[in-house]
Design a protein. Structure first.
Length: 318
């Protein structure tokens, strides 16, 4: 948005719905990440993370190369430092913490903790200048929490939590990590209007790829690569390459575009689409229909987003 130029309500609505469409597309592509462990069984989360982000970095470096000179003239040292932190918080650290939480504390506990992401981001965003007051966002937040509660309630009823303080702390760490990423990334994009969302995503990929080399070294030090056949390694390469292209390259590009079109209080709500699409992919993978709790959760997620849109809709000119 150009400073000093007032947008008409119709223009604001177009930006809002375009941003929501981008958030939905990002969620649809990010949801594919939850299928990766099923498609590459036998490999650890550390191996999946190292492979995915290494492929992301390689693709990003190739795509960024033609525009490298122009981008280097815009980004300063502090911007590269920000990219390092954002890549760590939103990709490398988040994924490792999330996987560890699931392994040690179970899906139920992890989903309940991570389900507070929209609330955390929205509450932080409500402190920004000209942000929609938190009281107007309360219905949307309550609907989102109710949706998360439905998912968590079924998970608690269907699965015995493995417990463990380490698992709980990992889930909380993942929540803090991605909340910091969502807030920091949105504000960094607002501070760099000359950098396209595509170039920013590719620069993030290059930095994340460099961090993946550390993860790759850890997998070898831990001896995780022992005992796999050539066919299994080939399947892993195919899975991480597909996830890198779909989720990290295209999905992140949609998310960054959305971050420029929507206020931070709406950005938080868009995270719900990842949970929604992950559920849909899970139903397809398991070849079943959603249960009553899962169906209620999906309806509540949609209502939460629509309620958030209504709260942000510009007041028509009199």
């Amino acid at each position: 948005m150009t400073p000093g130029i007032a947008l008409s309500p119709s223009s604001t609505d177009r930006n809002t719905w375009t941003g929501i469409a981008c958030g939905m597309a990002a969620g649809a592509l990010w949801g594919l990440v939850f299928l990766a462990p099923e498609l590459a069984r036998g490999f650890t989360p550390l191996q999946l993370a190292a492979g995915r982000f290494l492929a992301y970095g390689l693709f990003a470096a190739v795509l960024l190369w033609p525009r490298w000179t122009a981008l280097r003239s815009i980004l300063r040292a502090r911007d590269w430092r920000a990219l390092c932190w954002l890549s760590l918080l939103g990709n490398s650290l988040y994924y490792v913490l999330l996987a560890n939480a699931v392994q040690r504390g179970g899906i139920a506990m992890t989903s309940l903790v991570i389900g507070f992401l929209p609330v955390a981001v929205t509450v932080i965003g409500s402190r920004d200048d000209h942000a929609v007051p938190l009281r107007r966002l309360a219905p949307s937040l309550l609907l989102g929490l109710a949706g998360v509660g439905c998912i968590g309630w079924q998970a608690l009823g269907a699965e015995t939590a493995r417990g463990g303080l380490v698992g709980l702390l990992s889930a909380i760490g993942a929540l803090v990590s991605w909340t910091c990423y969502a807030v920091g990334n949105s504000r960094q994009l607002a501070r760099l209007p000359r950098v396209s969302v595509h170039d920013w995503n590719l620069a993030t990929g290059v930095v994340t790829g460099a961090q993946a080399l550390v993860l790759l070294a850890l997998t070898f030090l831990l001896g995780d690569g022992v005992g796999h056949t050539a066919a299994e390694w080939g399947r892993l390469v195919a899975v991480v390459t597909g996830v890198a292209l779909a989720a990290s390259i295209v999905g992140n590009a949609f998310w960054n575009r959305m971050s420029r079109l929507l206020p931070l209080t709406m950005v938080g709500q868009m995270i719900l689409f990842e949970t929604l699409f992950a559920l849909l992919y899970g139903f397809l993978w398991e070849r079943r229909l959603p249960t009553a709790w899962e169906g209620a959760a999906m309806v509540l997620v949609v209502l939460s987003v629509l309620s958030c849109v209504r709260a942000h809709r510009a007041t028509p000119a009199v």
